[in-house]
Structure formats: structure tokens, C-alpha cells
Design a protein around this ligand. Structure first.
Ligand code: FPP
Length: 235
């Protein structure tokens, strides 16, 4: 086991490459998403075993609504099915479940299932699994500003500090990611946690998401543990 001090508290993942994984096998893209759920399960298991407090996953961006309707439906259906299948497993492993994003765009049925699982797992003490659904970083900042503007008096808004905005972001109360992993060789942040990744360590790998399992997850953690974080200071 790694030295606890060097373990990230919060690991976040941009799960990418499902489509390419499927296409390389002559299959429909949705086949890659199905296999991707197995990688979600493996990484969550590793996070629980290794004592990582927060694992967050970029499952669906605001921009992903522009994909073909059939693929959007398949991804939403996969979320429903995963919630149904994984409830018992999360309870057994002490996993707390949260969904963050623009919930108003999700179906009533999916919102109800998310609420039920969130409630049921709310007291679980081990790893918090955060699924970002219908999320984008710019949307998050915009909704935080709207909320702050509607709640705070004008003089407070005039002197607003960055820390004041933190509590209006959907991630309020959750530590910023220490480590952000992106699979499939793409080297960008794609409108993910823009504000929250100010000092996050990035880890990019060519491995496609369906092939990213426990060994690859632990390799990323080990790479993080070897880094020197200075937060803009000198040491
Ligand atoms: C990126 O691959 C993957 C997604 C947009 C969806 C990720 C969703 C899952 C793995 C399943 C549901 C999640 C949970 C938490 C149960 P891509 O389609 O962009 O691949 P490509 O870049 O190769 O086209």
C-alpha cells in the first residue's frame, strides 16, 4: 500500500474511448459503453480497497446531448440499469452515491432512481462515488453566479472572492480533485471541472476506457504519488 499521505483524496476520471474500442472490434459504439461499465466497477472497487475518499466520473457532458438520439437513450438506459444492478454492491462496500450536473435535463424516471440511491447510500462511510451527468464546467460556473446573484446582497457581490463562489458550485463541500485521469490519448479537459481543477495533477494515458481496469488505475495513483505538488509556491 502507498503511504497514506501521498494518496489522492479525490480521483476524477474523464472516461474516453468507448466508441473507438467498439469500432476497433467491428461493433456498435454502445458495446463500448457496456464494457465501460465494467471499468467503472473495477475502478470503484480499487478506490474502496485503497481507501480513496472520492472517485468522480465524467459520464455525460452537456455537449453529449448532441450525440445521435439512439446513443443518448442507450447511455441513459445504461445509467438506469447500473443503478438497479449496483445498489446492493454499493451498500455492501460502504459506497455513497451522488450525481452532479444539470438534473433538469434528465428524465423523471432517472431522477427518481438517482434520488432513491442517493438517499439509501447517504450514510455509507467509505468511498463517495460522484457521477457527473449532464455536466459542464462553464454551466457549473454560470449556475453558481446566478445563485450567488440571487442570494447575496449587492455589496457582497461587489467584493466577491473566489472562495465565496465555491459554495454555489454543484461540488460545494467536496474537495477539489487531486488527480484527474483522462483515457484514450486525448490531451484536453473538455469543459469538465474547470474551476475545481486549478491545482489538480493531470494524468493522460493512451489506454481506452474499456481497457482501464484495476492495474491501470493503480498505475495512475502510483504516478500521482511520485509527483511534487507545490501549489504555485517554491519548496
Ligand atoms: C466516452 O467514450 C464515454 C462516454 C461519453 C460515456 C461513459 C459512460 C459509461 C462508461 C457508462 C455509464 C457510466 C456509469 C457511471 C455507470 P466515447 O463514446 O467518447 O468514445 P470515443 O471517443 O472513442 O468515441
Amino acid at each position: 500500500m502507498e503511504d497514506k499521505k501521498r494518496l489522492p483524496r479525490h480521483v476524477s476520471i474523464i472516461m474516453d474511448g468507448n466508441g473507438r474500442w467498439a469500432q476497433a472490434r467491428g461493433k456498435e459504439r454502445v458495446f463500448g459503453h457496456l464494457e465501460g461499465v465494467e471499468s467503472v466497477r473495477a475502478c470503484l472497487e480499487a478506490a474502496v480497497e485503497d481507501g480513496i475518499e472520492y472517485l468522480s466520473l465524467y459520464a455525460f457532458s452537456e455537449e453529449n446531448w448532441n450525440r445521435p438520439q439512439a446513443e443518448v437513450n442507450a447511455l441513459m438506459e445504461l445509467m438506469m440499469e447500473s443503478i438497479r444492478k449496483e445498489t446492493a454492491n454499493m451498500m455492501e462496500n460502504g459506497v455513497r452515491f451522488l450525481v452532479l450536473g444539470n438534473r433538469s435535463r434528465l428524465s423523471e424516471k432517472l431522477n427518481a432512481a438517482i434520488d432513491a440511491l442517493t438517499r439509501e447510500t447517504s450514510a455509507n462511510p467509505r468511498t463517495t462515488l460522484i457521477v457527473f451527468l449532464s455536466y459542464s464546467g462553464k454551466w457549473d460556473i454560470a449556475q453558481a453566479v446566478r445563485k450567488a446573484a440571487s442570494e447575496l446582497p449587492a455589496e457582497k457581490l461587489q467584493s466577491l472572492e473566489p472562495e465565496d463562489l465555491d459554495k454555489y458550485l454543484v461540488t460545494a463541500g467536496i474537495p477539489d480533485p487531486d488527480l484527474l485521469i483522462r483515457t484514450s490519448g486525448e490531451l484536453r479537459i473538455s469543459n469538465y471541472l474547470l474551476w475545481q481543477c486549478a491545482y489538480t495533477e493531470f494524468y493522460f494515458t493512451d489506454v481506452l476506457w474499456p481497457d482501464f481496469r484495476k492495474p491501470q488505475f493503480r498505475e495512475a495513483i502510483a504516478a500521482y504519488s511520485a509527483r511534487d505538488r507545490r501549489y504555485g509556491k517554491v519548496k
